[in-house]
Ligand binder design. Structure first.
Ligand SMILES: Cc1cc2nc3c(=O)[nH]c(=O)nc-3n(C[C@H](O)[C@H](O)[C@H](O)COP(=O)(O)O)c2cc1C
Length: 338
């Protein structure tokens, strides 16, 4: 672990808004989570703020075996975003259970464990290993991985493959643990994949993973990333992410969504909530501002209070009301002084 200046800031008191949120039968104290791959398993962030303040900590996708990830360079800055081709670097499920998940459980954090594999069997084995694991609050199935049994076709881009993975994981994991499938925006119709995942047993959907992108260095006249392509994240993708959350919520209004993509402020988070997200993940922003998740939480609470909301849940999907519909008692769309 790198040396960090310990700065356990006390978050500002939050206004009196009931921030609790229900995700597939499980209640979380608030709707702000980390994003997979952007906060490891929470240890580093916990040096900046108390990670139990967050709704949940989403861990870096874990695979069965340890992996060293892709060759460097594997990060590139882009306008309002970044490209990464880290690959799924990680210690493998055994070390993850012994060290990372054990630490999160000990710490009292709500751990959302992200799993990734190259075959349905990989995902099934990961779910088996995680059954009954202390500290596990939810499972996020990262299906943006190449299927080794289908010429490297990404699971998340094929409704049948996505559904096979989700069905296997749902059957293997105990019913008390919500299983969320994480969708890729790199598809023509995200609602078709969303529906396939839900029909296969997903209790909720994480929307969205990174967009496939690339950058070319005009001096070397070669791709910037050693892996050539990478995942685009950060504010640049926010409108795409909000559109995906909107479409998925419209198609499947009863399915909880963990929304993400370029969230930097509480107002950004509110945009996702109004589009239909019952919780949000804060990802890339954390690299420049490790306090971002708790700051976003405080700002979101303030933004809700400014608009007259007493409960976070009343704001979920509110942008879908018809233009002529009156707002429910309380919320005031012009009440935000910021
Ligand atoms: C460096 C990096 C690593 C990531 N690793 C993972 C991962 O292991 N699993 C996963 O499902 N998503 C991963 N993501 C995607 C994020 O969880 C998130 O879906 C995406 O970056 C959009 O959110 P953001 O713009 O707030 O970062 C990663 C993103 C970044 C930037």
């Amino acid at each position: 672990m790198t040396e960090l200046t310990v700065r356990r800031d006390v978050p500002a008191p939050r206004p009196r808004v009931d921030l609790s949120t229900r995700l597939a039968g499980r209640t979380f104290p608030n709707p702000v989570f980390t994003a997979s791959g952007c906060a490891a398993a929470g240890q580093e962030l916990d040096q900046f703020f108390d990670i139990t303040e967050l709704g949940g900590v989403v861990t870096k996708s874990i695979m069965l075996a340890p992996r060293s990830g892709r060759a460097t360079p594997r990060m590139a800055e882009t306008p309002s975003g970044m490209l990464n081709s880290i690959g799924l670097q990680g210690p493998g499920i055994d070390a993850f259970l012994d060290k990372d998940l054990a630490w999160l459980a000990d710490r009292g954090a709500r751990a959302v464990v992200s799993i990734a594999g190259g075959s349905v069997e990989d995902y099934t084995q990961l779910a088996q290993r995680l059954r009954g694991a202390p500290g596990l609050a939810m499972l996020e199935v990262n299906i943006s991985c190449p299927n080794v049994e289908d010429r490297g076709q990404v699971f998340a881009c094929d409704p049948r493959a996505a559904s096979e993975v989700v069905s296997a994981v749902r059957k293997t994991m105990t019913p008390d643990i919500p299983v969320f499938a994480k969708l890729s925006p790199d598809v023509t119709d995200i609602t078709a994949i969303a529906r396939a995942c839900v029909d296969a047993g997903a209790d909720g959907l994480s929307v969205i993973n990174t967009l496939l992108g690339m950058a070319i260095d005009t001096d070397t006249m070669r791709p910037v990333l050693a892996g050539v392509t990478g995942g685009l994240s950060g504010p640049a993708i926010r409108p795409v992410a909000v559109r995906c959350v909107w479409q998925v919520h419209q198609a499947l209004p009863d399915v909880p969504i963990l929304g993400m993509g370029g969230i930097r402020t509480g107002r950004d988070a509110l945009e996702f909530v109004l589009a239909g997200a019952s919780a949000v993940s804060v990802g890339t922003t954390v690299f420049g501002d490790p306090m971002a998740p708790v700051r976003v939480l405080a700002e979101l609470a303030q933004a809700l209070a400014d608009r007259g909301f007493e409960r976070f849940s009343d704001a979920v999907g509110l942008a879908h009301r018809p233009p002529e519909a009156a707002l429910p008692e309380g919320p005031d769309p012009v009440g935000d002084p910021a």
